[in-house]
Design a protein around this ligand. Structure first.
Ligand code: FAD
Length: 627
């Protein structure tokens, strides 16, 4: 991490100098409803970018303490790295290294371990798959927000009761917020309203939208327990499918002792709700014992339990623009997370997909609010995330079907295992693949970097930072700061000198139509596009002083030099980023990476025209006269 740019400051560098931005009348750029994973991710992203006024409303009276989701996919860990909280999570969480599968033996009298597999395939992500209480994730995000210059904290005990849009007003959305305990109301004016308010979303209802699909009829029991058992794989993630008592998932939890059980219960009748069944902790423990028999399972303490209903449902759109009005006007109201899709907990996607929605939306909102992108950018939120949600629903439906077959045979269980294994990449969150749009270009030059796939997240690999010889993952340089990144991979002969293609690219960037992107903030030349260079040579053979000034820019009020923009391939066996990501050694490649880490385009190093065209489509620039 970098700090002291504006002068030496003692103390914790994670705690920024306070610079709260708010208006006396309470109006804000973005009002967020709900402090679940989606709302907190969105708020953290917006304050990390800065320059956006945010208010965050939560109807509960304080932060979550217990329960709900706990699985953190590799891709979410990559996002946490960008927020600067991955290390805390890695330290505290359970790491899912292996998964085991148990099923009935041939005569159905006992359970046997059918297989034990590596949970995350090699080089899928540099981050692990972890398990940690949703409440702790909330804590880390809340801490980030509170330490930001904005010093943002949620307004607890504040329930959204309704809203309306009037485009003739400077702040077109008026949200009616009720403080039920105090018996007071506030009309909050905002430019954008985002409903991160869960499966019964008031914002979604205010838009006249409903979740579509199978209604919530499958009842699930979940319990976090401290237990004593002779089941040997209690500290491994396990799918256990019994002959006749049903199925359960074992999710070992943080701290070494706690374990979560997901137990599939019955299908609910029409109009029946989970609460009607009155499922108790004793019921859940008894069912767990029956499934795990002949192994013993003695519950010593029930920390949290819940019975909840799940349906695979998705909202037809995630914003306030009807299909026939799309393009005529721009969205002002959005929904994210459970407000727009619900599914079973089996694949551990609830929290992850909700955070991914918010990460997708956050930088787009910040760009538009700060005047860095045309509002059409906001239309891509629904198109990208709705497609993802539909895919998830299909996946979850199939997974649920295979997991829940009653009167199963060993072969049924084997089919489930194969499906589970085959979709490991999907559940790790790294298979999201956005289709072509203004921010996802065509794949004409994909061959220049076969492993950095256009439309998918930038797949990090090891590098060595030139200036200080630090071995690191390239993604460590990709903070969630709202910046676009141009990652230029040099060709084999280029050493960064002034005759090379890298220097030519930097020169073009700062003298072309794009130059205003680098001059927007005089003290921070890379505030909008952060150019990073990677060379093939060993770091000991290159000279940082020979690099183009864009790769060692003077920044901040003191004009300090940023030495952290140039990297070299790591020449240790198996670490070379060129080999790992299929980058053309002879020609090099230029990769445009979105602020949420998705690859927008792969281009030849010399193709600054295509680069200009790409960014100009986002924010038309006034360069016709000079070109
Ligand atoms: P939520 O986490 O639901 O957050 C929505 C927030 O909005 C809540 O804090 C709510 O109080 C607030 N809110 C709602 N309406 C308003 C309003 N009008 N005004 C202001 N605030 C409002 N997933 C798993 O993977 N495993 C599990 O075991 C599991 N258990 C769950 C148990 C329960 C009881 C629930 C509700 C969910 C569970 N989930 C589980 C799902 C998982 O927690 C969600 O997928 C995830 O939290 C979705 O995040 P979100 O931010 O979209 O919504």
């Amino acid at each position: 991490m970098q700090f002291h740019l504006s002068g030496f400051r003692p103390g914790d560098p994670d705690v920024f100098e306070p610079n709260p931005v708010s208006r006396a009348d309470g109006a804000c750029d973005v009002a967020i409803v709900g402090c679940g994973p989606a709302g907190l991710t969105l708020a953290t992203q917006l304050v990390a970018v800065g320059g956006v006024t945010v208010r965050l409303f939560e109807r509960k009276t304080g932060p979550l303490q217990l329960g709900q989701a706990d699985g953190i996919a590799c891709r979410s860990m990559e996002m946490f790295e960008a927020f600067g909280i991955a290390e805390q999570v890695r330290r505290e969480a359970y790491w899912v290294n292996e998964t085991s599968f148990w099923r009935p033996d041939s005569d159905g009298t006992t359970l046997i371990r059918a297989d034990r597999i590596q949970d995350v395939e090699d080089d899928l992500s540099h981050q692990p798959h972890t398990i940690l209480s949703q409440a702790r994730i909330h804590d880390f995000l809340l801490e980030r927000m509170a330490q930001s210059p904005h010093r943002l904290t949620p307004e607890y005990g504040s329930r959204l009761a309704g809203f309306h849009r009037d485009d003739t007003r400077g702040y077109p959305i008026t949200a009616r917020v009720s403080r039920d305990t105090a018996g007071t109301w506030e009309n909050v004016s905002c430019r954008y309203l985002v409903g991160c308010d869960g499966a019964r979303s008031a914002v979604r209802q205010g838009l006249g939208l409903a979740l579509e699909g199978e209604s919530a009829r499958q009842l699930w029991g979940v319990m976090d327990v401290l237990a004593v058992t002779d089941f040997p794989d209690i500290r491994l993630k396990c799918a256990v499918q019994s002959a006749s008592a049903g199925s359960l998932l074992i999710i070992p939890r943080e701290g070494g002792y706690l374990v979560r059980l997901y137990i599939e219960l019955d299908t609910l009748g029409t109009d029946e709700r989970a609460a009607d069944r009155n499922v108790t902790a004793e019921d859940l423990a008894a069912r767990a014992r029956a499934i795990l028999a002949p192994f013993t399972f003695e519950v010593k303490s029930v920390v949290w339990c819940s019975a909840y209903e799940v349906g695979q449902r998705v909202c037809p759109r995630f914003d306030d623009i009807a299909p026939e009005a799309r393009g005529e006007t721009h969205p002002r109201v959005f929904i994210a997370g459970d407000a727009c899709h619900t599914h079973s907990p089996k694949a551990g996607q609830g929290m992850n997909v909700s955070m991914a929605d918010a990460f997708n939306l956050g930088w787009k909102l910040a760009s538009v609010v700060r005047g860095h992108a045309a509002p059409t950018l906001l239309d891509t939120y629904t198109s990208e995330r709705q497609a993802k949600a539909r895919e998830l629903i299909d996946f979850d439906r199939e997974m649920a079907r295979l997991f829940s077959r009653r009167g199963r045979s060993g072969e049924d269980a084997a089919v489930f295992q194969r499906y589970f294994q085959q979709h490991g990449r999907y559940t790790a969150g790294v298979e999201t693949h956005y289709g072509p749009s203004d921010i996802i270009a065509d794949t004409a030059h994909q061959a220049l970097a076969a492993g950095l796939v256009v439309g998918k997240r930038f797949h990090s690999a090891p590098v060595v930072r030139l200036a200080d010889a630090k071995p690191m993952q390239l993604a460590e340089a990709f903070s969630a700061d709202g910046r676009w990144r141009v990652v230029a991979f040099a060709n084999a002969s280029d050493d960064g000198g002034e005759c090379g293609e890298m220097a030519a690219l930097c020169h073009s960037l700062t003298s072309s139509c794009l130059s205003h992107w680098f001059q927007a903030q005089a003290q921070d030349v890379d505030a909008r596009i952060d150019v990073r260079a990677v060379f093939q040579q060993s770091h000991r053979t290159l000279d940082i002083q020979a690099m183009h000034p864009l790769l060692r820019p003077e920044k901040g009020p003191l004009g300090l030099i940023d030495y952290e923009k140039v990297f070299c391939a790591d020449h240790r066996a198996g670490h070379d980023i060129y080999a790992r990501r299929g980058i053309d050694r002879e020609r090099g490649a230029m990769i445009v990476v979105r602020p949420d880490h998705y690859v927008s385009c792969v281009l030849p190093l010399s193709d600054t025209d295509a680069l200009e065209a790409f960014f100009s489509a986002l924010e038309p620039c006034d360069c016709t006269a000079s070109s």
